[in-house]
Design a protein around this ligand. Structure first.
Ligand code: ZN
Length: 114
């Protein structure tokens, strides 16, 4: 066996087996990738349309004319699935924490019947 080079890895190797370290590193890597994707969804909510590769146009079936891409409606962009989740989570949070301006909860529907 080769001795560990740094004190930190020496203590980690003493406490954890090599399999546990591998699993830990993979979990940290996956967490970093998820965090990176969430950051990308927050910074760049739109990605290139997969069908028209961002041009917004597609060839007609005959190949002689250009048409607007039906999947992105000619914008060339698609919204990232992670951004949809972020927006949904934000809306849910707002519905649960902020007062609803369109509905006065202190008054009941019975009050308007008078
Ligand atoms: Zn498109």
């Amino acid at each position: 066996m080769t001795p560990p080079t740094t004190p930190a890895s020496a203590t980690a190797a003493a406490v954890l087996s090599s399999d546990a370290i591998t699993v830990l590193v993979l979990l940290l890597l996956a967490a970093a990738m998820v965090a990176g994707y969430i950051a990308a969804c927050a910074i760049w909510p739109f990605a290139r349309c997969r069908w028209c590769t961002g041009s917004g146009r597609k060839r007609s079936p005959t190949g002689r004319a250009w048409r607007d891409c039906g999947h992105c409606r000619g914008t060339g962009r698609r919204i990232r699935p992670g951004r949809l989740l972020l927006t949904s989570a934000r809306d849910t949070h707002r519905r649960g924490t902020r007062p609803d301006r369109h509905r006065d909860r202190s008054r009941s529907w019975k009050d308007s019947a008078k």
